[in-house]
Write a protein that binds this ligand. Sequence first.
Ligand SMILES: *[C@@H]1O[C@H](CO)[C@@H](O)[C@H](O)[C@H]1NC(C)=O
Ligand SMILES: *[C@@H]1O[C@H](CO)[C@@H](O)[C@H](O)[C@H]1NC(C)=O
Ligand SMILES: *[C@@H]1O[C@H](CO)[C@@H](O)[C@H](O)[C@H]1NC(C)=O
Ligand SMILES: *[C@@H]1O[C@H](CO)[C@@H](O)[C@H](O)[C@H]1NC(C)=O
Ligand SMILES: *[C@@H]1O[C@H](CO)[C@@H](O)[C@H](O)[C@H]1NC(C)=O
Ligand SMILES: *[C@@H]1O[C@H](CO)[C@@H](O)[C@H](O)[C@H]1NC(C)=O
Ligand SMILES: *[C@@H]1O[C@H](CO)[C@@H](O)[C@H](O)[C@H]1NC(C)=O
Ligand SMILES: *[C@@H]1O[C@H](CO)[C@@H](O)[C@H](O)[C@H]1NC(C)=O
Length: 784
Amino acid sequence: MKNPRFSLSILVLFFSLYTHLSLAALSTVSADQTLTGDQTIVSEGEVFELGFFKPGNSSNYYIGIWYKKVTTKTIVWVANRDNPVSNKNTATFTISGGNLVLLDGSSNQVWSTNMTSPRSGSAVEAVLLDSGNFVLRYRPNDDTSEPLWQSFDHPTDTFLPGGKIKLNNKTKKPQYLTSWKNIEDPATGLFSLELDPKGSTAFLISRNKTEQYWTSGPWNGHIFSLVPEMRLNYIFNFSFVSNENESYFTYSLYNSSIISRLSIDVSGQIKQITWLENAQEWNLFWSQPRQQCEVYAFCGAFGSCTEFLMPSCNCLRGFEPKSQSDWNLGDYSGGCQRRTKLQCENSNASSRDKDRFLAIPNAVLPKVAQSVGFGNAEECESICLSSCSCTAYALDSHGCSIWVGKLLNVEQLSSDDSSGETLYLKLAASEFHDDKSSKGTIIGVVVGVVVGVWVLLAILWRRKRMAVAGKAAEGSLVAFGYRDLQDATRNFSEKLGGGGFGSVFKGTLDDSSAVAVKKLESINQGQKQFQTEVKTIGAIQHVNLVRLHGFCSEGTKKLLVYEYMPNGSLDFHLFQNKNFMVLDWKTRYQIALGTARGLAYLHEKCGECIIHCDVKPENILLDADFCPKVADFGLAKLVGRDFSRVLATVRGTKNYLSPEWISGVPITATADVYSYGMMLFELLSGRRNSDEPSDSEDDQFTFFPTRAASIVAQGGNVLSLLDPCLEQNADTEEVTRMTTVASWCVQDNETHRPTMSHVVHILDGILDVNLPPIPRFPQLFVGN
Ligand SMILES: *[C@@H]1O[C@H](CO)[C@@H](O)[C@H](O)[C@H]1NC(C)=O
Ligand SMILES: *[C@@H]1O[C@H](CO)[C@@H](O)[C@H](O)[C@H]1NC(C)=O
Ligand SMILES: *[C@@H]1O[C@H](CO)[C@@H](O)[C@H](O)[C@H]1NC(C)=O
Ligand SMILES: *[C@@H]1O[C@H](CO)[C@@H](O)[C@H](O)[C@H]1NC(C)=O
Ligand SMILES: *[C@@H]1O[C@H](CO)[C@@H](O)[C@H](O)[C@H]1NC(C)=O
Ligand SMILES: *[C@@H]1O[C@H](CO)[C@@H](O)[C@H](O)[C@H]1NC(C)=O
Ligand SMILES: *[C@@H]1O[C@H](CO)[C@@H](O)[C@H](O)[C@H]1NC(C)=O
Ligand SMILES: *[C@@H]1O[C@H](CO)[C@@H](O)[C@H](O)[C@H]1NC(C)=O
């Protein structure tokens, strides 16, 4: 296979050097051969750049590679990650003895490619390729010879397209992708990705190369078994190669003009991130493991991890960060230390200050416990008190579990998550502030419970404060308590529907107004971020958009409270309710127009463009007068920038998904236009586009949108397309207009689709349109 990396025939050589054995030939060019200060090397197509960089507020310099065109400087490789230099102007990066070397201001070697037997006597050159691979090779280069050394064999935290993650088949030695130490220190961090050294085709992620906490599951040729959303990853083309010498994964981009990469983050998660050219920002496509607290010992010893608050790590009570500066930089691995020594560690303590236990409710307990196999609370305590190294205990029906030494992986669940257990943490007596009594262990438990209650109160207070803030800031947007909504919906007893983002229940507020309460699923955001997004949604008001009344955000419980729509959703009337009431043509046309107005408002009028992402009849609600209102807008964003989650949410309705969703290019408002067009066809036919009879599968015209588009394109009888229930009672011109618009909306090429305000003008009869080409409808989107 001819590797495209080596097919660049004319390389711009920014520097090249000869080994010192050919000094005679070298002396005249040596002055240009070192890289120092702000000099950089740029790849031929100006994709990547190499030079000195200084991360964040750090005072250290490193040789690194970054994207030339990405405005947010993003480092994809670091040479001297563990050996920084302090002055870029005195440091030099050069070739010496056939090796690439970095020398500090005193000419000490800081970093080297360390090849033991560089072939002497030959000319070598170093070149940065457009793939981001930095290659040391012989010169002249015939494009086919293997590089002497290449940065792709020594990745830091980023796996670039064309790179490899290898396992040596002979030595079974894996190659690691290793996170930075923290956000401004590229030094070898704790988290690393590798190919399973046992030879399965799975990726593993571990901490400190010992504690494995995630696996991708084996590769089946298309996806990793435990990462099913890869099926929807139409950006990366992964492949697995195995031969006598090595096994490796590599990947390419389906569309080479997209900038996308896979990195292992300081959070211990692997992330696929794509650059959005229009927005000029990186967009998280997916990450694994999905939950921050699944990362082994992420918060370090005596740290406590939460999914629902930011930051994810806090110290357990009675503890403080060992290094606050590391914590500030997102490196929690150092964990926490006791503020006050235990009595047993402190010879000066009086025997009255007996250590006590703090109850920590709603906790996920650390895994490695010593089970005692018997005991009640009192016995557990005395066992734990009898050993100075015992740090905590828990009690269940089998008796005590005891933890000795450092506590790792404590997770704090939200107060209403019933899956948690109570951990009793040993602390010095002085950590408890009601020191009036000294009556031993029972008091300890009581104090523990009191402190537990204090924690609950703190959460409640926080909630209350949030509610007040919500009310004050948003005017009409109400912050509800979970309990209020439980009451309003009679404990979520009357289900109105189950949308992609969660189920909806009918509720009645105190003032007896009806509401629809949506219980959001898979929202994994911090409170602040959630509230910001909700405020944005709440501020959007239009007659064709469902109005948000308020929200509830308590721990992982996230709910939205909307105005209630007595006539339910469009799908019910179009597809299910036909025997009782047929939506007449006028109503259908008004629904098409109103929906278009609502979407046009979202796309164009409300400040930041909001892409709905899930336009379909289920999300068009009808009020008492059958006036349509678009529901669920803003939720795609709320679910997060994690597109896999959005895809997972909407994939049940792939008939409405435009081709861009699958090709992996950034989604724009034209994706909504496509879905809207698909919905117009359903308004016309009164059937699901996907519901065509399958008896004549070879006939391309069985797919209703194709048939409709071709009839309108050929000036055929459009009334024949109509829902039979209408008995052709419709305005022919309106039917033609709606079919024409629908055909334009579903054009494969998104630039051919109209904007939603064009659609409004066309349906209003203000704007005329030409006949549309017949769209292709990639087979992927229809049928199975
Ligand atoms: C750098 O330091 C400044 C001032 O101390 C601070 O505001 C900023 O957030 C720091 N930047 C980073 C990336 O840590
Ligand atoms: C190169 O070798 C030296 C000495 O053996 C060693 O200290 C250094 O860490 C090595 N550098 C790299 C990048 O492997
Ligand atoms: C990582 O493992 C090494 C030994 O393999 C150990 O010395 C070190 O303390 C560990 N670091 C952390 C943070 O667990
Ligand atoms: C995906 O990668 C494989 C292996 O490199 C290649 O054979 C195939 O053509 C690629 N597919 C596409 C659609 O680019
Ligand atoms: C490793 O090499 C051996 C023999 O050379 C071969 O049988 C085996 O299949 C190789 N392993 C992989 C994973 O390719
Ligand atoms: C494996 O390594 C040997 C020795 O380096 C080489 O001759 C052979 O071509 C390699 N095999 C493959 C499939 O690359
Ligand atoms: C590839 O991506 C670019 C930039 O997003 C886009 O303009 C182009 O149409 C895409 N090409 C294909 C074949 O999808
Ligand atoms: C005990 O008290 C002595 C004198 O007050 C003090 O110097 C010493 O540091 C204390 N030891 C501990 C472990 O607190």
